[in-house]
Ligand binder design. Structure first.
Ligand code: TXA
Ligand code: MG
Length: 359
């Protein structure tokens, strides 16, 4: 966790972006806030995290880092705060939210009838990039679950997120609802600046963006439906089918290719994770196209190389930055060579195929 003395304030609008570095302590942020009347990006000193927890408890939104992507957090028991998540994201309200917890010890506050395999998954992979969908208790209200009888819960593996959750729970909170901190259907943010670019015009002065650096995994958590006899992967991620097989001896189904009439998870919509640029996974790149591929693939003549990760782990970590860069460079088409293999490659291909669905 950063304990830098200064605070960093990012002031941006559609047409201008300016990052001001202020190297003094505490009160300055409030002065700057009054001056700019914009949502703040702030460093993650323990004092700031305490303040962020109190902001959440007061019904404000706090975007925070996790190891997967940045989340847009609200008190999961506060209807009006959760409604603001939907407003800020522009997301349909029947799409459920993941509740973030500080520890597995809180699982039975939110979920019940937890099968043994889910307990094993939680013990092995939490804190970590995995969300479990389980039958809900009364604490998980319809405004969190989209009216479904189950709820998605996750303990993130990020020191800032965990400190925030601990502070929040120590002062009476039960869990932080947090979707990825992007506009609906768009690319998830993997840095505080990405969150600012996505959402600053929709956030209010009392909302906050905690800057915890770049997300380590770079793709959203694996979602595992644990409401049946066997686990089913609803969204692939860094916790892979092979890892689950090693733990449970069960070959899990990956059921992310649903149709839009049965959407449990909007991340399962066929078109999602899309930059403005058109993403193309087939054919050949043309002059002026963006190009994303593992480093071992040479750059075709005339294209603009956006990313050259050495392996699939780096591919996952940087993919969203590469897609965002295409938009920053105003490139209209990005040609991508998908990675191959199991493991995290499955999640990368899943996101790329959805990104490529955009008309
Ligand atoms: O890595 C992540 O999971 C990030 C970080 C911030 O934790 N969060 C995230 O949330 O990706 P979101 O809302 O952008 O995507 C979560 C997906 C959505 O497609 C949502 O519909 C689905 O999980 N989901 C949430 N609760 C669910 C439930 N009870 N049943 C099925 N799907 C659920
Ligand atoms: Mg999302």
């Amino acid at each position: 966790m950063g304990t830098v003395e200064g605070i960093r304030v990012s002031v941006a609008s559609r047409w201008a972006k300016l990052i001001i570095k202020v190297s003094v302590k505490s009160k300055t942020s409030w002065q700057v806030r009054q001056l700019t009347d914009m949502a703040l990006i702030t460093n993650c000193t323990s004092q700031r995290i305490k303040e962020a927890a109190s902001y959440l408890l007061a019904g404000n939104l706090v975007a925070f880092p996790t190891e997967t992507v940045y989340g847009l957090g609200a008190d999961a028991c506060n209807l009006s705060a959760v409604e603001r998540i939907y407003e800020v994201k522009g997301r349909p309200t029947n799409h459920p939210l993941i509740v973030h917890l500080s520890s597995i010890d809180n699982l039975d506050k939110w979920t019940k009838d937890i099968p043994d395999f889910a307990i094993k998954l939680a013990i092995s992979f939490w804190p970590g990039p995995m969300t479990l969908v389980l039958p809900r208790t009364k604490l998980a209200q319809d405004f969190i679950t989209g009216g479904q009888d189950n709820v998605g819960v996750r303990v993130p593996a990020n020191t800032v997120a965990l400190s925030l959750l601990n502070e929040f729970e120590a002062h009476g909170g039960y869990g932080i609802a947090a979707p990825s901190a992007n506009r609906f259907g768009k690319v998830s943010p993997t840095s505080a600046n990405d969150v600012h670019t996505e959402l600053s015009e929709y956030l209010k002065p009392n909302d906050l963006i905690l800057d915890g650096g770049s997300s380590k995994v770079g793709l959203e958590s694996t979602i595992i439906d644990c409401t049946n006899n066997v686990p089913v992967i609803l969204r692939p991620g860094a916790i892979t089918a092979a890892m689950i097989y090693d733990l449970l001896g069960i070959q899990v189904k990956v059921n992310s290719k649903n149709d839009s009439s049965q959407i449990k998870a909007p991340g399962l919509l066929q078109s999602h994770y899309s930059p403005i640029a058109k993403v193309s996974l087939t054919g050949k790149p043309s002059t002026g196209d963006g190009f994303i591929a593992l480093r071992r693939f040479p750059t075709p003549k005339g294209v603009i190389r956006l990313l050259s990760p050495v392996d699939n782990v780096e591919y996952a970590r940087t993919l969203y930055q590469g897609l965002r860069l295409a938009d920053i460079k105003k490139i209209s088409k990005v040609f991508v060579i998908e990675p191959t293999g199991d493991g995290i490659a499955v999640a990368i291909c899943d996101r790329l195929q959805r990104a490529a669905q955009k008309e």
